[in-house]
Ligand binder design. Sequence first.
Ligand code: 5AD
Length: 352
Amino acid sequence: MKQIIDQIVSSRNLTLEQLVGLLSSNNQEGVRYLFDQAHQLTRHIYGNKIFIRGLIEISNHCKNDCLYCGIRRSRTDVHRYRLTEEEILQCCQQGYELGFRTFVLQGGEDPWYTDERMCHIVASIHQQFPDCAITLSLGERSRQSYQRLFDAGADRYLLRHETADRIHYQKLHPAEMSFDNRIRCLKDLKEIGYQVGCGFMVGSPYQTFETLYQDLQFIRSLQPQMVGIGPFIPASGTPFGDRPTGSVDTTLRLLAIIRLIHPHVLLPATTALGTLHPQGREMGILAGANVIMPNLSPARLRANYSIYDNKLSTGAEAAETVDDTRRRLTPLGVDIPADRGDYTPSQTSDSQ
Ligand code: 5AD
C-alpha cells in the first residue's frame, strides 16, 4: 500500500484499481500512512495553520427538491426563515470579534435574494469588513448574476457538484435539475475569477467506486481552490430518509486522497463529519483537512437549517466556542490564525 501511496504522491493521480484498493483495504498501517502523508503535505504547504470560516446560513427556503436534502421544497414541516441584511451584518460583526476573517453566506436557492438584494448585502459586508473574504454558497445562478456578485465584492463561491457522473446526478435530483447546468455554473464561476469550491457527499445513494473515481478526475480537471466533502446523512421526510449513513472512515480516506492528488486545495473537515463522530474534525485534520467552518448563524435559527438529521450547530460547531476549538486543536500542533486563509497557488502547475 505504501508503494501505491508514494506513487500517487509523485504522479498526483491514481487509477480506479488503486482507488478501490485504498478505500477497501483493511491494512490499518497502510491507512495510517495515507493519512500521515496527506497531513504532512498539508503542513508542507500551509504550515501548522488551520483556517476558520464563519458560516452564516442566510435562508432555508429552497426552490429545489434534491432527494437527499432536508430543506428540499417538498418538506412542508420545516420552519422556513431568511435573514435580513441587518441580521447578516450582525453575524459578521460577532464573527469579526471572534477572529473570523472569512464569512460564508450559505442558503437554499431562495429567489427572494435577487441580484439587487444580494449585491447590496455583499457590498455592505465588503465595506464594513474590508479585510475579510466573502464566500457565497447560494446554488445555481446565471453567469450574469455571478458576475454582478463578484463585482460587488464576493471572492469565493462554493457549489458542490454532488457527483461527476451524469446518471448518478439524475438519481439524486429531480428531473428539472440538470447536470450540465451545474457544471456550467462551476466553469462560469472559475472564469469570472472566483476561488471556487466543488464537492460531494460520501456514501450518497447509488454512489459507486466508479462515480467516486469520476469525482476525483473531475477535481483534477477543474482544479478548484476548495473541495467540500462529508458523509451522507439521511434526512427524515426525504426520499432517502431510510438510506444508510455514509462512512466516516471512507470520508477520511477520500480527504487524504484529494489532498494527495490536489495538494494546495483548501479542504474543510465538514460539519457532517463532526456530526457523525465527536472527534470528526480532529480526525479530518490529521487526514489532510485544513479548514473548519463553525456556525455563525443566529443561535435561535440554527436548528431549522436541517439539511440532514441531528446536524450539529452547537459545541465545536458553534462559532462562539472557537476559543475552545483553538485549545482542543493545540495538541495536534496546529494554530487557528485570524486570517482570510486564501488559497496558496503552487509555484509550478498543480495539474502537471
Ligand atoms: N447529508 C449530507 N450532506 C448533505 N447535503 C445536503 N443534504 C445532505 C445530507 N442529507 C450537502 C450537499 C449540499 C451541501 C450544502 O450539503 O452536498 O451541497
